[in-house]
Design a protein around this ligand. Sequence first.
Ligand code: UD1
Ligand code: CA
Length: 453
Amino acid sequence: MNNIDVVILAAGKGTRMKSTQPKVMHQLAGKPLLDHVIDTATTLKPKEIIIVVGHEETTIRKHYAQTHLTFVSQKQQLGTGHAVSQASKHLTSAKTLILLGDVPCIRPDSIKSLTDCPADVAVLTQILENPTGYGRIIRGDDGSPHMIVEEKDADQKEKQTREINTGIFCVKTPLLKKFLEALTNDNANEEYYLTDIIKYASNQRFSIDTVSPSLDFEAKGVNSKQQLAELERDYQLESASRLMKAGVTILDPMRIDIRGTLTCDSDVSIDVGCIFEGNVRLGKNVSVESNVIIRDSIVKDNSTIRAFSHVDGASIGSFNDIGPYARIRPGTESQTRVKVGNFVEIKSATLDSDAKANHLSYIGDATIGASVNVGAGTITCNYDGARKHQTVIEDNVFIGSDTQLVAPVTVGAGSTIAAGSTITKDVPSGGLALSRTKQTFIADWKRPTKTTK
Ligand code: UD1
Ligand code: CA
C-alpha cells in the first residue's frame, strides 16, 4: 500500500450529455467511464479511493455496492474544488491524487509519473492541437505554471495557449486542505474551481511541476456524446495498433471494437466489423471473418469463424469451421475439426471431434459424439415448459434432416435416424430409427382452381 489517497470526481450532472444517466456511467469500450478511472487508480495501490458523487448518486453507489470504494456526497455541484472538499476528512496520506470521472483514458504510467513527482503540486498537462473547452496553463516568465484559466474566463491571448489542464493533480495533502479552504467562486461559472490551487501555490512560492502523458488522447475529457464517440475511436485505434504490433493482421484498424481483453496467438487475422467482448482468446492461425461478435470465449488453433457469427461463452476446438451466421451460446464446447454451418444455434452442448451440424439446427443441452452428422433442420426439443432435458447422441450417429429429438433421449452409437423422424424413445446402437406416417397417393385428386365471374 502506498502513502497516497485518490479522489475521483463524479458528482457533476453532465448537462452536455443530454441524458438521464449520470455522465460517468456512460460506457467506453464496454464499461462505464468511472470503471476505467477506478481501474487505473487501483494500480497505484492507494490507501483509499474516495469517489465524490452527487447527481444520480444512487445509480452510481448501487453499481459499486460490492466494492471497497469510499463514497462521499456532494449535495450541490458547486465546482470541482468544492467537490474535492467533500472528501477532505478522508485524506490522511502524505499525497492526494485527484482524478476526474470523465477523463477515462489516463494510463497507469502517466499517473505514476505524476505521483512520483517531488513538487508540492504536480499537474498533468498536455499540448493539444485544439485546446477549446479546456482550462489553459498560464506560465510565468520563469516558465513555471502561475495559474489555470478556464475557457469561459480566458481572454483572447490566454485562449491561444495550447497547453491544457487535464484536471488531474497530485498535491501534498496538508497543502491541498489549506488551499481548499481558501477557494472562492468569483469566476464566470460562480463555481469553486479546483484549478485555483495553482494560483495559490504559485503566489505562496510552493513548487509546482507539470508532467505529460505519452499518448495524445489520454487527457481527453468526455462532456458530450460527440466527445464520447471520438474517444471511443481513439481508444479502439490504440488497442488495434497494440495488437498489430504484436503481429495480428487487422484488415481495417478503424473497424474493430474490443470491449474487454483480446489475446491473440501468432498469425491471427481479423476482418472488418468484429466486436470482442469480455475475455477472448484466439489461438494460432485463427481467422475471424467480417461482422463477427465473440464474447468470453476461446477459439483454438487453426479455426475459422465465418462472417456474421456470434460466439458467446464457448470453447471452440482447433481446426473448427464455424458459420457463417452461426449462433454459439454459453456452455458450448467443441473438439477438433467440428463444423457448424449457417443458422445453427448451439447452447450448453459438447461436440466431439469431426461432428457436423451444417444447416439450420437447434442443439441445446446435448452431448454430440465424434463424427456425428446432424442433418439440416434437426432440433433437440430440450424444454418441456418447466425443465430442460438432455439429448445424448453417441459416436458415428447419422441424423437425417428435419428430425426432432424429444429429450431426455439417447441415440446409440452408429445408428441412423431417418429424415423427418420424431424421436421420443432411446434408440439402440447400430440400426435405423424411423418415425413417419406412411406416404399415400391420391391419383385422381383435383387441384383447386380460382373461379372467374
Ligand atoms: C475541468 C477543469 C478544466 C480541465 C477539464 C479537463 C475545473 C474548474 N476545470 O473542466 O480546467 O481542462 O476539467 O477535462 O476544474 N464535478 C463534480 N462536482 C462539481 C463539478 C464537477 O464532481 O461540482 C466532476 C464532474 O462530474 C466531472 C469532473 O468533476 O467528472 C469535471 O467537471 P466538468 O464540469 O466536466 O469540468 P470541465 O468543464 O470539463
Ligand atoms: Ca469535463
